[in-house]
Design a protein around this ligand. Structure first.
Ligand code: BGC
Length: 364
């Protein structure tokens, strides 16, 4: 039987023992008679549980994980859970039973997987939270993501810059859209943006006519465009009969396009709307001067970093992290490896997307 990590802590302890002794002879010295942290062998199965296809980045991640893991000598098992939380629970359980050596999880709802992740932990399988944090569980070893709070800050700043640019002086009427409440990312996205916008709401530069300024009020269940569109329809007919809407804070591109559709149907022009993910339709819209901004989170980089973490576990080491403070999941602070998101507008799109096989051609 192959040996695995028991917990990150044991791995860390044994890692330093190895470093101190300078040889591998400590590998047998596991705590409590458990198997020693010796990494695992070539050809190992790696489980990758992805959520629903709510944005293009997830679809891209599927092929990047399949290709990248295969190239690195692993056997990938990559699955979407389009049917929802219980499907994802079953998939993770099956991955553990199949003997994956590492679990990579992009959760639909990061609070609903504790039982399955605990089972992985009992088998000594390291768990990597991918893009979305896994919450209320000890059974998560590392978080690989872009800096989510900074995504929100960049969106808030872009909204204000766009308003100054396209509308001149305030006050500006804006509305807020937030992501799905079951996705742990929705909070840092919204709070990052509000850290920039709240002072402007407080001093009257920015007015949210609907009065819906909490994350809960602005939430979009399941990241479903229909939900954002319906909410925006209601807001437009209720609060903008006689007023213009100048800007919308949207957490991602899919919802930005939904809000634009709603405005169009109401005969309204929204000069500034933010987004995230650099989806093809939205990048085109930015180049056409309609959507104002998006965020570039290069999925190739995130998948590469995640496969790098898998390689570390394979070598019997802990993955590198950049942050050991920010991501408290309710029971522990999860060490995180955070990549830098980039804000994109018409002005810098060509520069940012240079070399991206899908997006480069859209900026000419
Ligand atoms: C991701 C975003 C994405 C959203 C909806 C979030 O967790 O970080 O990039 O737009 O999910 O798929």
């Amino acid at each position: 039987m192959k040996t695995r990590f028991t917990t990150g802590l044991v791995a860390l302890a044994a890692g330093s023992a190895l470093a101190l002794s300078g040889c591998g002879s400590d590998r047998g010295a596991a705590e409590g008679g458990e198997s020693a942290p010796a990494g695992f062998e070539d050809g190992a199965k790696i489980g990758v549980a992805l959520p629903q296809k709510t944005s293009e980045n997830w679809v891209l991640a599927e092929s990047l994980f399949n290709d990248g893991l295969t190239e690195a000598g692993y056997e990938p098992v990559v699955q979407f859970a389009n049917g929802g939380v219980s499907e994802q629970q079953n998939q993770i359980q099956a991955m553990v039973q199949q003997g994956v050596e590492v679990l990579v999880v992009g959760a639909i709802d990061g609070t609903q997987l504790s039982t399955q992740l605990e089972a992985a932990k009992e088998q000594g399988i390291p768990v990597i939270a991918y893009d979305r944090l896994l919450e209320n569980t000890e059974a998560v070893d590392v978080y690989e993501a872009f800096d989510n709070f900074h995504v929100g800050e960049l969106q808030g700043q872009a909204l204000l810059e766009g308003l100054a640019d396209r509308k001149g002086e305030g006050p500006y009427n804006i509305e807020l859209v937030a992501g799905s409440p079951d996705d742990a990312n929705s909070k840092p996205f919204f709070e990052g943006a509000m850290s920039v916008l709240q002072p402007k709401i407080d001093d009257g530069t920015v007015v949210v006519k609907s009065g819906q300024t909490s994350q809960q009020q602005a939430a979009t269940q399941g990241w479903e465009p229909e939900n954002a569109q319906n909410r925006m329809d209601t807001i437009l007919s209720g609060s903008y009969k006689d007023d213009d809407l100048h800007g919308v804070l949207s957490p991602n591109d899919t919802l930005a396009r939904a809000a634009l559709t709603s405005a169009k149907q109401a005969g309204k022009d929204v000069p500034v709307i933010t987004g995230q993910d650099s989806e093809v339709e939205s990048v085109k819209s930015i180049m056409d001067g309609v959507q104002y901004s998006t965020i570039y989170k290069d999925t190739r980089e995130l998948v590469e970093a995640t496969i790098g973490a898998v390689d570390s576990y394979k070598a019997g080491e802990e993955p590198e992290v950049t942050d050991t403070e920010s991501y408290d999941n309710g029971v522990k602070v999860v060490p995180a490896n955070l990549l830098e998101p980039v804000i994109v507008t018409q002005d810098n799109a060509a520069e940012v997307y240079e070399g991206d096989p899908t997006l480069e051609g859209l900026t000419e």
